[in-house]
Each structure stands twice: as C-alpha cells, then as structure tokens.
Design a protein around this ligand. Structure first.
Ligand code: PEP
Ligand code: MG
Length: 597
C-alpha cells in the first residue's frame, strides 16, 4: 500500500470570492483574529488659519505637542530597553533628536506668527520640505532617515489633531499584526501571546524576520503588497501561513473551515507522525541520514527532541544578542549552551557563532548606516573585529563541550584567512581557560558554505576543518544576487536555480574527497520536494525546522536512494529553476502521493 504523506499546504478549498490577498508563505500555521495595523499613518492635514489673537496660544500648543511626543518616545525607549536591551532601544534616540531640530521649530514659529497658519499645517509643511530634500539625496542612509522623520512627525501631527497613534506597544491583546516592515528585533520584542499571526509588506521567505516567526511558531505571510493600506485596523482576518492567503472579513463558512484547519494543524504532526519519533531517518534501501533541526532559541531544544531529530544542525546564537541588545557574557552563554547540550544529549549540538549584521540589526552607537548591509559588516567579519565578545563565546562553548558533543561553526566564510584567524582565536580561548584552570571539551570545527567564494575555495577550506554546512539561504542570495528579504525580487529567489544546485554539488564532491562531514541547514532542506534531490545528490545530513522533522523523516523512510540518484543526475542537467521544479514536482507526485486532508 502506498504510504500517504500529508501535505499541510493542502486542504479543503476555501469558498470562492473570499480570498483577498496573496503573499508568500513565511511561517506555517493558521491564524484567525482581528487586524492590528502597525504603521503610523500620516494623518490628513487640512489647510487652516488661526485668529491673530491666538498666535501665542498656537505656538504653545505646538511646543506642548513636541514635549509630549518626546515624553512618549522616552517611555517607548525605556520599554524597549527592558524588553530587548539598550542597543536596540537606541533606535528611539534618533527619533527624539529629530524633535529638537531648530530648523523645523523656527520655520513653524515663523509661519504661525507671519501667516497665522495653524500649528499642524505649519509643522506638516516644514517636515514635508525636509523630507523632500532627504528623498532626493543620493545617500541611502539619508533616504532611510526620512522613515524616522516621517514616524516622528506623524506622532506630533496626531497630537495636534487629537488623533491616536498606534505603535507596537499598543498590541496588548491577541491580534494579527499587519505591518509594512518588521525587523527581527521588533519581532523578538513582541509579546508572543498577543501575536496570533503576522502579515508584512516587506520580507522574503528566508528573511530572518520570517525565520524568527517560524521559531516563535507565529504563522506569517510576507511580501503582501499594499497590506497596510488595504487592511483596516480591527478587521476580522484569516491568515493561512501554508499557502500565503489572507481572507478579509471571512464569512462563517470560511471561519469554521479555518478554525478546524487551525486545530488540525496544531495536532497534525503530533498525531500523524507520533510513531516516527524514535525511528531512524533511513531510506527504504538502507542509507542513513542525519536528520537534525535548526533552532533560534535555547527553549527549542525540547522541541527538537520531541520531534525525533538526531541533533541540532544550526543554533543561531545571534538571537542571544538581539534579545538583550548586548553580547551575553561568557558565563551566561556557558549556562545556556550547557542546558541545550544536556537536553539534546547524546545528540550533537552545532553552535554557529554570532551571525550579526545583514538583516539581523546590529548597530553600534554612532556607526554609519551601511549602504549594502548584506555585503557589509556581517557574521564572521563582525566577530573577527569584536574579538572580546567572540572569544567569550568561544570560551563558553569550549566549557560547555566538556562531556557533550558540541561543534562550532563559523558563518559566511569567504577566505582561508578568516578560518585561520577564527581557529587561532579558538586556540587562544582554549589557552585562556587552561590558565584559569578550567576544563575544556573537544569541539569539531566547521564552516558555513554560504558564499560563491567559499564554494570556489572549498577544496582549501575542506583541508582545514572537520565539517561543512551549506547555508542555502545566503548561498542563493549571493549566487543569484537576489536579496533574500526584498519582496520585489522574491519571485527571483529560487534555491532550485541550477547555479545554486551546482554550487551545492561542487561543495559536496569536495567534502567527499576530503572525507569531511557535510550537511545542509538552509531552508531548501525543509522543502519536501528537495529531499529526494539532495539525498540523491549524496547529502547525508540535513537540518530543518523542528516542526518539519517528522514529515522529512516520513519522506526519507519512503525514499529509495538508488532511484533518487538517477533523478538527481537528471535534475543537475536542467538549465532553469522552472525545469528543475517541474522534475521535482513530478517525482514527488509519483513517489509520495499526498492526500488532500
Ligand atoms: C543560510 O544562510 O542558509 C543559513 C542557514 O543561515 P541564516 O539563514 O541564519 O543566514
Ligand atoms: Mg546564512
């Protein structure tokens, strides 16, 4: 009998005519609730003059609005600081500073005095003039600053007009968050219990905000053009994070359907794949696969074990920084790594050193805004310059590795020099602990293959390390020059692009020649269609989101490796991503027929 593997993206078709928007599925799951639209909308300001006897009163009204807004921002900064730490809270400093701009203040006072213009009108004009100048600036950081000015001026205008201003801090009861853009730090600062789902205009399927939503188990849809303008605050919504569909004001049939799907999706994996937990991830013709899981937070280690994964293939430690807005101390990290390792034991734990920067906001006070953060001060580049916190991390994981299978992995490597230097610092960390009389464990060392440069020098890298881990999210971004977080090019972000597959293949062959371990921890590994291809290509270690482990295991156990090899050879000869996908779809349909739930 053919074993049927349920595809969670399928299900009963919703009633026609109810589907309003389509985005890209970001994080799986169903959310049903009311919209909380988070974008300070610029209010409409009607031209208005005041009586000449009211000039002083009007100026006072203007200054009071500035002072109240300043107070409001200081309050928000304090709140952000207690939730995510001081560094991230400094975002508010820029906004507070804008309120004291003397050019805007004097321009408003002049208009009120000379033309008897109402305060909100004069202020709106002054701000628009500044914004126009910034918008025309060739410097990206100045153009970006216009968002800050816009956000602050909206708060001031709302005060002058007596309108409420919505902010993330106002999300104080469960709702579906609709936003134009959300940063990872904003997501991490949210009260999880109040966020039923996320809809964002920005973001791609492998942007870090999206991956974080997945880790927090918040259904998310990204790249929804015009969501903020089209979804009124408080609207009843259904978010289908599997298909990327959003239903506005759903009728009772749609609501019932999705409430049922939501209940099912929660129990789906636990029930359907219960029996798989303790079984090995082995193909039906006996090829053993190390099926690991990716985690963003320490608490997820329990889910990894519950899901039946063989270990953690990627622990994104940078979220320790993003949560607190500062580098965690050696001792703090030691305790966390030891707890995770103990939860997993005897399974391995691959700790990736801080991968800050890029779309994982990392700014130091007074640092210039980067024109191209994805190509800028990111990942290992930050660690090699910020040696003290990097070494504290290395010492912490060396200590935690005593009697535990902890491996260390360096992100976004482009040269042998970086690996040499990182390993030198690892040695130094080891020596420092020795001087202190501390015990250290043995750690295997690996590098992430995420850049074309690392693929081209894989032969040299393989001679230096114990393992490779291919990060296909960044590898796709850098190989195809497609920003992984930009919704305008989300359709071009394809990890089935032949160039990406060739890069994986070259790296794989190289690791095999050097007999070092190699795994894949990018999102491609979580795609059911990709499993027969990757395993057919020779991959023996995959790391996926914990919730994906049971389904992946079911696919692996049904797969015939020898058969998949032939298919992989054909796929590697394809010239386009579309051709690859067609082949994978038909292979998946023929071998893993899934049941419409
Ligand atoms: C990747 O780039 O594929 C990867 C796993 O790392 P991250 O998604 O954290 O950049
Ligand atoms: Mg990466």
């Amino acid at each position: 009998m053919t074993q049927k593997i349920n595809n969670p993206t399928s299900g009963p078709s919703p009633p026609a005519g109810r589907q309003v928007f389509k985005g890209f599925p970001g994080a799986p799951g169903i959310a049903v609730g009311r919209a909380f639209v988070f974008v300070a909308r610029t209010p409409f300001v009607r031209a208005r003059t005041i009586d000449s006897s009211k000039i002083n009163e009007e100026k006072e009204r203007f200054h009071a609005a500035l002072a109240e807004t300043r107070e409001e921002l200081i309050g928000l900064k304090e709140r952000a600081s207690s939730m995510v730490g001081n560094t991230l809270a400094q975002i508010f400093d820029a906004q507070i500073l804008i309120l004291s701009d003397p050019a805007i203040e004097s321009s408003v006072e002049k208009e009120i005095t000379e033309k008897h213009t109402a305060a909100e009108v004069a202020f709106d004009r002054a701000v628009r003039k500044t914004l126009a100048k910034l918008a025309a600036s060739p410097a990206a950081y100045l153009r970006r600053m216009s968002h800050e000015i816009d956000a602050v001026s909206t708060r001031v205008l709302n005060r002058l007009l007596g309108l409420p201003t919505l902010g993330l801090s106002d999300l104080d009861k469960p709702a579906i968050l609709v936003a134009s853009i959300l940063t990872p730090s904003e997501v991490i600062g949210l009260k999880k219990e109040n966020v039923l789902g996320i809809i964002s205009e920005a973001g791609g399927q492998t942007s870090h905000t999206t991956l974080l939503a997945k880790s927090l188990n918040i259904p998310a849809i990204v790249g929804v053009t015009g969501a903020v303008a089209k979804i009124p605050n408080g609207t009843s919504l259904v978010v289908d994070g599997y298909s990327g569909s959003i239903y506005l004001n759903p009728d009772t049939v749609t609501l019932d359907l999705y409430n049922r799907k939501r209940r099912e999706s929660i129990t789906l994996w636990s029930k359907r794949y219960e029996g798989l937990r303790d079984l090995a991830a082995v193909t039906s013709d006996g090829r053993e696969i190390d099926l690991y899981a990716n985690i963003d937070m320490a608490d997820e280690a329990e889910n990894v074990v519950a899901a039946g994964a063989g270990g953690v293939g990627l622990y994104r430690t940078e979220y320790l920084f993003l949560r607190q807005g500062r580098f965690p101390t050696e001792n703090e990290q030691y305790k966390i790594y030891r707890r995770v390792a103990r939860t997993l034991a005897p399974r391995p734990l691959i700790i990736r050193t801080f991968d800050l920067g890029g779309d994982k906001y990392f700014a130091e006070p007074h640092a210039a805004v980067e024109e191209n953060p994805a190509l800028g001060w990111r990942a290992i580049r930050v660690s090699l310059q910020k040696k003290a916190p990097f070494k504290a991390q290395l010492r912490a994981l060396l200590r935690a590795a005593v009697n535990a299978d902890i491996r260390v992995m360096f992100p976004m490597i482009i040269s042998v020099d970086e690996v040499r230097e990182a390993m030198m610092l690892l040695d130094e960390a080891r020596r420092e602990l020795g001087t202190r009389g501390r015990q250290v464990g043995d750690v295997q060392v690996g590098v992430m293959i995420e850049t074309p440069a690392s693929v081209w020098i894989a032969d040299s890298l393989a001679g230096m390390v114990d393992f490779f881990s291919i990060g296909t999210n960044d590898l796709t971004q850098y190989t195809t020059a497609v920003d992984r977080g930009n919704p305008r090019v989300a359709h071009l972000f394809r990890h089935f692009h032949p160039a990406v597959l060739q890069a994986i293949n070259v790296t794989l062959k190289c690791a095999q020649r050097h007999t070092i371990r190699i795994g894949i921890c990018g999102e491609i590994a979580s795609e059911p269609r990709a499993l027969p291809l990757l395993i057919g290509m020779g991959v023996t270690q995959l790391s996926v989101h914990p919730s994906i482990v049971p389904r992946s295991k079911a696919i692996i156990r049904k797969l015939v490796y020898q058969d998949a090899r032939g298919m992989a050879a054909e796929v590697l000869a394809c010239a386009s991503a579309t051709e690859v996908e067609q082949k994978l779809n038909s292979y998946y349909r023929d071998h893993f027929r899934y049941r419409k739930a």
